[in-house]
Design a protein around this ligand. Structure first.
Ligand code: HEM
Length: 304
């Protein structure tokens, strides 16, 4: 995402990151923001806590907001210097906020989805094998998978859908606020109520899915199953990056499978315990062994 937005890289080996200090700053900010975003704020339930800023959450958020503004200002100034344009201060807020929302909403979500996909595949070697066969059957030996190939790899796409169902990166979506009073079934929802939707629970509801906790990519062969997914929300505030996300995760996963042979580090199943941030990844980082497949195209690729 950072590359799309500014042409820079903030993650990866230090030698690939042009400005190591700036990259570290970004990673620190993103981590703190995700941590505070997931914080349970007692002030939302009891006014007294809000008045005394219990836990100092508000102070920490304000401090973080200033760090974010300074960081983004630096990027925008740098960009304008290259563009040779005179800065127009009143343009900043929109540019800043759009830029930051994209980075915040579009980085960790992709990473955790990819990590959950790989975890599931390592726990199901037969599915991993089937995916490799699909890739090798559709992609010529002398080239790597490209974005345009994804639509010809339905089994791979099913794995991504399946992962989005069992491990939606934002299991409670994003909090919404009711703009007026309304009724859902027998529930009265007053104006200004914070509303959370539990996509995680809906995706595991046995009334909607057969074998709801099983990792069975085949089920998504039937297109209608995809329409039941809520991983990107619904309606006018649904995720605008859904298409990009599915393509990015599918392509990265396809390349990982095409280029490397993957194995677990032990005989035990990979622990699938979830972490507790607002974007829910694995509790423990995924550990796996990989080896480059012995093909000249892959060995000579700049990806390796
Ligand atoms: C697997 C990856 C992703 C998942 C699971 C995901 C999921 C979500 C969810 C659940 C929402 C809230 C929808 C709602 O509350 O109804 C959302 C909002 C949003 N997402 Fe994503 N997202 C992903 C990737 C991306 C990417 C790559 C981008 C940007 C390029 C992006 C940009 C946004 C933005 C800007 C919003 C806010 C939309 C609004 O409030 O109107 N997301 N996303």
């Amino acid at each position: 995402m950072m590359r799309i937005a500014s042409g820079k890289r903030y993650y990866g080996e230090d030698c690939d990151v042009s400005d190591v200090e700036e990259a570290k700053q970004f990673r620190d900010i993103a981590e703190e923001l995700l941590m505070l975003g997931g914080a349970n704020n007692p002030g939302e339930f009891l006014t007294l806590f809000r008045l005394i800023d219990f836990d100092g959450l508000e102070k920490r958020l304000k401090r973080l907001g200033q760090r974010i503004d300074a960081f983004l200002q630096g990027l925008i100034d740098e960009h304008r210097k290259h563009e040779g344009r005179i800065p127009k201060v009143d343009e900043y807020p929109i540019v800043e906020h759009s830029f930051w929302t994209m980075l915040l909403a579009g980085t960790n979500t992709l990473v955790v989805t990819l990590e959950w996909s790989m975890s599931n595949l390592l726990n199901h070697p037969e599915i991993l094998k089937k995916t490799k066969v699909e890739i090798d059957t559709h992609i010529e030996q002398n080239r790597l998978v490209e974005e345009a190939d994804i639509s010809n790899l339905p089994y791979l796409q099913s794995i991504v859908y399946k992962t989005l169902r069992l491990h939606p990166a934002a299991p409670l979506l994003v909090p919404h606020l009711s703009s007026e009073d309304f009724i859902v079934r027998q529930y009265n929802v007053p104006q200004n109520t914070i509303l959370l939707m539990n996509a995680w629970a809906i995706h595991r509801d046995p009334k909607l899915w057969s074998d709801p906790t099983q990792f069975k990519p085949e089920r998504f062969k039937k297109g209608s199953e995809v329409n039941k997914l809520l991983s990107f929300g619904l309606g006018r505030r649904a995720c605008p990056g859904a298409n990009l996300a599915q393509r990015t995760v599918s392509l990265t996963l396809a390349l990982l499978i095409q280029c490397f042979e993957w194995k677990q580090t032990s005989k035990e199943e990979i622990d699938m315990t979830e972490g507790k941030w607002v974007v829910v990844g694995r509790k423990l980082p995924l550990e796996a062994m990989c080896q480059v497949w012995q093909s000249p195209t892959i060995k000579n690729s700049s990806l390796i």
